[in-house]
Write a protein of this length. Structure first.
Lengths: 252, 216
């Protein structure tokens, strides 16, 4: 897998009151790494992710996935939405089957895969429930395996742990880590949470409010699953916090 | 497919779900509530009839029931009833076909909406009675005017609710479906249709009852 984001620029608004959200952004993701885009709210993280997903077109620049130009959504890029976007009229099982049905996988194989994903996400026995009947954690796991079910090259996640309280957030992150380790996939995750980025990422790209410029890149080389109380973990957290502070100061 | 008619694009957002798909089932409790309501209404009617004691002003429930039984045996009345039913069914079918198809097209496509909306707006405002002389001129005194009126009354609620229902489907769901490889037909049948269903049902209910009432 090889994703190249080359010179992406995005303006919003008409010519009169044009706002530049992203200016000449370059990112490269190789192999099976977990990359986080970290930055304050409104810095253009979602915009960049939707361009990679193909939901929006950039004003200039290109996104290449394995050398092919990305210009529309496709099953090669699985997306986990911030509020999960599970279809409320389908059960958990039907939601997970949806991408497989679109790819016209034989019925028997679909059943086997559904079984596999339900097992993996600890959703066995809940496949006949509707999204309105399950907990936040179960929704999140359903959304993740639904995105995995189209067997994408790359997983895109927009603040997938954003909408919940602190404790729940930690739980979800730990659950995701376990799920991800049993099914490793390259990931690009958008977040504004420093702790979340350090807990999950191999590499963290720090975005600035100023036109989404990537001002810093940090490699996190700590064994998984990470211990939030370890010294290495804290050192990394502190370093990242300093980078963000410095970045904030230089802006104002 | 043209772009879905929606003014502002808000990525990764989703409004609350408007219908609980898990609970649309029959329940004996509901039936019991219905029976209680029905019973109380009958009782009030009966007491009121006792009070007036005049079958011309307000016949009692029992008398009314007996009259209904009598009417059921009367061939002429039954034929009239059948004719009315037939008219209503045809009129409502026309309304369903036109209302749902135009409503869906308006919700789906900005262009269709821009083209059709200027016609729909004024047509809706015409008082239903104003159509009567016109339709008699157009269709003569037979079935035509009645059918036209029933269809006319029922079409608009069905159409406008179908349109609103299609527009209320969050952009998120379309994005999610497309990123899972869904094609046009799949998006229509598995996202747009079920997503618009709650509003569609509301429209059809309003349309059908409006059609019924316009028969008289
Ligand atoms: N559809 C849009 N139209 C106009 N402005 C937008 C639109 N989407 C986002 N923006 C603006 O672009 C900036 C970046 O938005 P976004 O990518 O959502 O940031 P983030 O996800 O980092 O919080 C914000 O200032 C936002 O107001
Ligand atoms: Mg965002």
């Amino acid at each position: 897998m090889n994703l190249q984001v080359q010179g992406i620029t995005k303006h919003y608004g008409e010519n009169g009151s044009c706002k530049t959200v992203l200016q000449d952004i370059n990112v490269e993701v190789l192999g099976g790494e977990f990359v986080s885009l970290l930055g304050p709210s409104g810095c253009g993280k979602t915009t960049l992710l939707t361009i990679i997903a193909g939901f929006q077109q950039p004003c200039s620049g290109t996104v290449l996935l394995n050398g092919c130009k990305v210009d529309k959504p496709g099953p090669d890029r699985g997306v986990v939405f911030q509020d999960y976007a599970l279809f409320p009229w389908m059960t958990v099982g039907e939601n997970i089957l949806f991408p497989m049905q679109q790819q016209k996988i034989p019925q028997k194989l679909q059943d086997e895969k559904l079984h596999h994903y339900l097992e993996m996400a600890r959703l066995k026995g809940s496949e006949h429930l509707y999204p309105s009947q399950i907990s936040g954690g179960m929704k999140q796991r359903t959304a993740v395996v639904r995105a995995l079910a189209s067997e994408p090259e790359l997983l895109l996640m927009d603040e997938p742990f954003g909408a919940v309280d602190y404790q729940m957030r930690h739980n979800l992150q730990e659950e995701f880590e376990a799920l991800w380790q049993s099914n490793p996939k390259p990931v690009i995750m958008v977040t504004h949470d420093v702790d979340e980025a350090v807990y999950l990422s191999d590499r963290i790209l720090v975005m600035s409010t100023n036109r989404g410029e990537i001002v810093h890149e940090l490699l996190v080389d700590i064994d998984r699953p990470r211990n939030r109380r370890s010294n290495d973990y804290h050192a990394c957290l502190n370093k990242l916090t300093d980078i963000l502070k410095e970045n904030h100061k230089s802006q104002s | 497919m043209e772009e879905i008619a929606r003014p502002v694009r808000v990525p990764f957002r989703q409004p609350p779900v408007r219908i609980d798909f898990a609970r649309m089932r029959f329940s004996p409790k509901k039936l019991a509530y219905r029976l209680v309501t029905f019973g109380v209404l009958l009782l009030i009617w009966h007491l009121a009839a006792l009070h007036y004691h005049n079958p011309l002003l307000l016949p009692s429930p029992l008398d009314t029931f007996l009259a209904l039984i009598g009417a059921l045996g009367n061939v002429e009345i039954m034929q009239d009833l059948l004719l009315t039913m037939q008219r209503v069914l045809i009129g409502l079918s026309i309304a369903l076909v036109i209302g749902l198809s135009v409503g869906f097209a308006m919700g789906y496509s900005k262009i269709v909406n821009e083209l059709v909306d200027p016609i729909i707006g004024p047509l809706r405002q015409v008082p239903i009675m104003a159509w009567v002389p016109l339709t008699i001129v157009w269709f003569g005194l037979g079935e035509g005017p009645t059918l036209f009126l029933i269809a006319m009354v029922a079409t608009f609620p069905i159409m406008l609710n179908a349109m609103a229902g299609v527009r209320a489907v969050p952009q998120n769901y379309y994005d999610a479906a497309r990123s899972m490889g869904a094609g046009r037909w799949s998006i229509f049948s598995r996202i747009t249709l079920p997503g618009a269903l709650p509003d569609m049902i509301t429209g059809v209910r309003i349309g059908l009852s409006a059609g019924w009432m316009s028969v008289i």
